[in-house]
Design a protein around this ligand. Structure first.
Ligand code: SAH
Length: 313
């Protein structure tokens, strides 16, 4: 979820930690795992502090009933939200434009880098995860991919997406269509093997507990075509994490994400920070993630300034 951070007070320790974080460095490096774990203290939206993520997760999803409740409350929150641009963007409908613009530039760059002829003349297929009303598909993915599948657990959002993406409401040729609409949460979804060139995950992964995050990506890797990749676009906490008690989602730090990517066996191929959002919002980062079995299938040479794929260890 897109969230305002103005009501959060950061303690000086968290801010200080953040100042040591490298931003936009050309090679992704993280500290050894045990050190990372130690550093991940966090907050909830009421300002309560947790020693580490384990303490928070024990409380939130520590037994099977709590976990059921966590996901029920997460989806329950969205069931009470209007199926509109403002609804899925937490009242910030106007960030749609800069969001899509930055996503398009990032995607274009990746397709140019990674796919022969930037993907032109290929039948490209994408999956839009936690798609809401189909905002990302309608404004971006459908123009680049011949088929887009949507995955969304909230049925009135998915109904709106179906409507928004009906052929008569699209400005694309018949070669481009929304193909499948899955009313399922990420933690229960297994994609068809080798179906997708790109799996796009925006503003929804915070709803997944760490173990489900890791198992989702492990299953989803098998859903990628050779050379396919993930784009994860998410809010970033300055350090550690911030738990939203209302919608049951977690905003993770860059370091927290890197720890999870390692556990998933994913490499950061490139990342880019969103620009032009209001100051009161969390910063937003786009990660392009490739798998261990990933091989370059493109003929174009990588740009000199590009981040090189490399396992985060
Ligand atoms: N990605 C969309 C919607 C963002 S709003 C966009 O950028 O416009 C967050 C979305 O995450 C909502 O549609 C909500 O229903 C969905 N969501 C909540 N819990 C989820 C889960 N467990 N798995 C997948 N999606 C979930």
């Amino acid at each position: 979820m897109l969230e305002a951070r103005s009501n959060l007070c950061w303690n000086s320790c968290l801010v200080a930690n953040n100042q040591h974080q490298a931003h936009g460095s050309c090679r992704v490096r993280v500290k050894p795992r045990n050190q990372i774990k130690m550093e991940i203290g966090g907050l909830d939206s009421n300002g309560r502090q947790f020693k580490n993520a384990d303490e928070m997760w024990r409380e939130e999803v520590g037994d099977s009933q709590k976990k059921v409740d966590w996901y029920r409350n997460g989806v329950g929150y969205w069931q009470g939200v209007e199926a509109s641009m403002d609804g899925v963007l937490g009242g910030y409908g106007h960030v749609n434009e800069p969001d899509i613009k930055a996503s398009e530039a990032f995607l274009n760059n990746l397709l140019t880098d990674l796919f022969p002829n930037a993907g032109r003349n290929q039948h490209l297929v994408a999956l839009d995860c936690g798609s809401g009303i189909g905002r990302v598909t309608k404004n971006l993915l459908i123009r680049y991919f011949n088929e887009v599948d949507l995955l969304e657990p909230v049925s009135h959002f998915l109904d709106a997406a179906r409507e928004n993406l009906a052929p008569e409401n699209l400005l694309v040729s018949e070669e481009h269509k929304a193909a499948n609409f899955y009313c399922t949460p990420l933690q229960e979804f297994t994609p068809d093997t080798g179906r997708y060139d790109v799996i796009w995950i925006q503003w929804c992964i915070g709803h997944l507990a760490d173990d489900d995050f890791v198992s989702f990506f492990k299953r989803a890797k098998a859903g990628l075509k050779p050379g396919g990749f993930f784009v994860l676009k998410e809010n970033l906490a300055r350090s550690g994490f911030v738990l939203d008690n209302e919608d049951k989602s977690l905003t993770r730090s860059d370091m927290y994400f890197k720890e999870l990517f390692t556990r998933c066996g994913l490499n950061i191929y490139k990342f880019k920070d969103q620009k032009g959002f209001p100051n009161e919002l969390f910063p937003v980062r786009m990660y392009a993630l490739t798998t261990d079995t990933w091989k370059r299938v493109g003929t174009s040479r990588p740009k000199r300034h590009a981040n090189r794929p490399g396992l985060i260890k």
